[in-house]
Ligand binder design. Structure first.
Ligand code: FAQ
Length: 316
């Protein structure tokens, strides 16, 4: 490493240690840039793919009020994808490159969106559990060292809070509607509980990216710490509703005032993140079709841009 780079790196590390925010034009180590591109683009892809499981229920929402709320939620997720793609672009990667990585299967997106949404209760479950897990992860990362990501997350978390509340309201309404409603909620919880715990990623001891990301304050809490925070909060909510967490090993440890769980099925997790979960092919197929169907919009935008460029040249 040249002396100049070593100096820059030392200054950079000092800024991180002082809790300063790194902005796009600041010097940063190449690996810091690469880790952020990977993280933010995966997050953006998750928001866009994450529209599909709920989008599936827009036409079947039980009332107009529910339809409006669901439609707005799915639109919000598209908006989150856009903030995040813009935030990743500040690191020097284009939106086209990120889409290509997704469509070629080179970029990951959250495992949770590879599970089907079979009943209306799943709309409540996604709001309560999936948005709930996302909020725990993202409110922590909103204090991360990279300015554009941190600012995008602040805004996203405000909206995710609404999403969680509308999910909890769906669940509370179903439970209050009587036995059948509560059975629907329980059946949905049985399917979504373990995949939601997987959203936080592998155990800290098996997480190859964590050490570097924590050193640079991209991640501020580890995968296991965040997962435990989610479990402790959510188990109490489930018990309050009279629901059963589908984990025979679940028990409260009074000494540390925390819930201990059974082990996640890591084989299932690896299958899903490597493209072989229940809906991976369907989700990627839907994205590819949407991308192909949207090609005329991209062509029209490019033609308009070129026309404006030529007009500006002739006016100059
Ligand atoms: N799914 O070394 P680590 C939402 C991969 S948004 C798929 O621990 P890292 C809103 C990981 O990428 C949900 N892949 O990785 C919404 C890495 O692979 P790579 C998305 C996973 O980055 C609600 C490898 O395993 N949220 O829900 C998963 O330090 C409702 C090794 O793992 C975010 O993206 C997984 N669950 O930590 C939308 C938040 N876990 O890249 C619609 C930001 C791990 O080396 C409807 N992301 N992998 O090939 C993060 O906080 C982190 O990326 C983690 C993983 C914690 C997910």
């Amino acid at each position: 490493m040249s002396e100049n780079i070593a100096n820059l790196e030392e200054q950079f590390n000092r800024r991180i240690a002082n809790g300063e925010t790194i902005e796009p034009k600041d010097w940063m180590p190449e690996k810091y840039r690469k880790q952020l591109m990977r993280l933010i683009s995966q997050h953006a892809h998750s928001e866009i793919i994450g529209m599909l499981p709920e989008g599936n229920w827009i036409t079947r929402a039980p009332t107009l009020r529910r339809k409006l709320a669901l439609l707005a939620k799915v639109q919000d997720e598209a908006g989150h994808g856009h903030y995040l793609y813009s935030s990743a672009e500040t690191l020097g990667i284009s939106r086209e490159e990120m889409y290509d990585q997704l469509l070629q299967g080179k970029a990951k997106y959250s495992s949770i969106f590879n599970y089907p949404t079979l009943t209306w209760a799943d709309m409540g479950m996604i709001g309560w559990l999936v948005d709930g897990a996302a909020i725990i992860n993202q409110t922590t990362m909103a204090k991360c060292s990279y300015g554009p990501y941190s600012r995008a997350l602040l805004r996203i978390c405000k909206e995710e809070n609404f999403h969680k509340k509308q999910g909890m309201e769906i669940i509370a309404t179903l439970i209050a509607s009587g036995l059948k409603g509560k059975e629907m909620v329980q059946e949905s919880l049985n399917r979504f509980w373990w995949p939601t715990l997987m959203m936080f990623g592998p155990h800290d001891t098996n997480s190859p990216n964590s050490a570097e990301m924590m050193k640079w304050k991209i991640k501020l809490k580890s995968n296991d710490e965040l997962r435990q925070r989610f479990i402790d909060m959510t188990v109490e909510q489930a018990l309050e509703w009279g629901l059963t967490i589908p984990d025979p090993k679940l028990k409260f440890n009074g000494k540390i005032r925390s819930w201990e769980t059974g082990e996640i099925d890591w084989e299932e997790f690896n299958r899903v993140i490597n493209g072989n979960g229940p809906c991976n092919h369907e989700r990627m197929g839907a994205r590819r079709t949407a991308h192909e169907n949207g090609s005329w919009v991209r062509e029209a935008a490019r033609a308009y841009e070129e026309k404006q460029r030529l007009r500006n040249i002739s006016a100059a």
